[in-house]
Design a protein around this ligand. Structure first.
Ligand SMILES: Nc1ncnc2c1ncn2[C@@H]1O[C@H](COP(=O)(O)OP(=O)(O)OP(=O)(O)O)[C@@H](O)[C@H]1O
Ligand SMILES: [Mg+2]
Length: 276
């Protein structure tokens, strides 16, 4: 386990704080790859789970947990691998990947094939929420992941994932709403949405979408059928500071919002990967 908290680790990855060691080749390292609906992320950690490298590229190569553009996905990952290798100063031989819950063997194989095409030997392909739970040290509670395309929840009991569900409302839908409201292209809306200086202004327009995401999560918890004591927010869409309050209000339980929610899953994938 890491010597620093999950939040400290996320902050360090975000800032690309590099552990400056003279002899990196003798260090054990671990590599995680997250092939998401809206981006591909690579994270390299050392054996103490301290960050060595993190690179990402926006990409539309995965849809509904399935790789829809194999060639593009592997080319992007190859680029990210190369950048990380330059920074770390050694070849990245092994890596782990991840898939959303309940997407099955087929998507697991597809992720593994993309990684192999980019030059990795695949260690394992884990469940995304399980990876996120490692970083936030979730034993009991719900991990709500709101990425590009979906709002999903995974409930944990004693560290075991016991329930998961998702539905198609994500960051993409928020960009659509901004695009409609400001009468700008979807591309511009996506850019504007990411400007932290505008979070407050934009959230007034986006509030109903966030509320819908909270209601979806509430419905999933009802389907699960037992009380959930705490909910953790992950995924790039939950970066708006207002998400915590919206979810707390709708769910009526405490909500934990980590720093840099977009990085939680990729960092977790690396944490779970084989050292070499
Ligand atoms: N700085 C930011 N501010 C606001 N939204 C952001 C920011 N960065 C990313 N996003 C949004 O987060 C979403 C992507 O989140 P994330 O990277 O967790 O998704 P993903 O893993 O690619 O997708 P999925 O989990 O649905 O497969 C996108 O809709 C993107 O617009
Ligand atoms: Mg994701």
């Amino acid at each position: 386990m890491s010597k620093i908290t999950g939040d400290q680790l996320l902050e360090a990855v975000y800032r690309q704080e590099i552990e400056q060691k003279k002899n990196m080749t003798k260090d054990k390292i671990k590599v995680g790859v997250d092939l998401g609906t809206s981006s591909i992320v690579i994270v390299v950690l050392n054996e103490e789970n301290l960050p060595l490298a993190c690179f990402s590229e926006d990409a539309q190569v995965v849809r509904d947990g399935l790789v829809v553009n194999f060639f593009e996905a592997s080319k992007i990952l190859e680029r990210l691998k190369y950048k990380a290798e330059e920074l770390v100063g050694r070849d990245l031989l092994f890596a782990s990947g991840a898939i959303p819950p309940q997407t099955g063997e087929h998507s697991q194989k597809a992720v593994a094939h993309v990684m192999e095409a980019a030059g990795f030997e695949v260690d394992q392909v884990v469940d995304e929420p399980y990876a996120a739970a490692q970083v936030l040290e979730v034993h009991n509670g719900g991990v709500v992941d709101i990425g590009g395309g979906t709002t999903g929840i995974s409930v944990f009991e004693g560290g075991e994932q016991v329930f998961s569900a998702d539905e198609a409302t994500g960051g993409y839908h928020m960009s659509l709403v901004l695009s409609g409201y400001y009468k700008i292209s979807l591309e511009d809306a996506e850019k504007h949405k990411r400007n932290p200086q505008k979070y407050e202004e934009h959230f007034q327009v986006l509030y109903p979408v966030a509320e819908k995401m909270a209601h979806l999560s509430q419905r999933f918890i009802q389907q699960y059928g037992k009380p959930v004591e705490l909910v953790y927010l992950v995924g790039g869409t939950t970066v708006f500071p207002q998400f915590k309050d919206v979810f707390q209000k709708v769910l009526g339980i405490p909500v934990y919002q980590p720093f840099h929610p977009r990085l939680v899953t990729p960092v977790g994938i690396a944490m779970l990967s084989k050292e070499f």
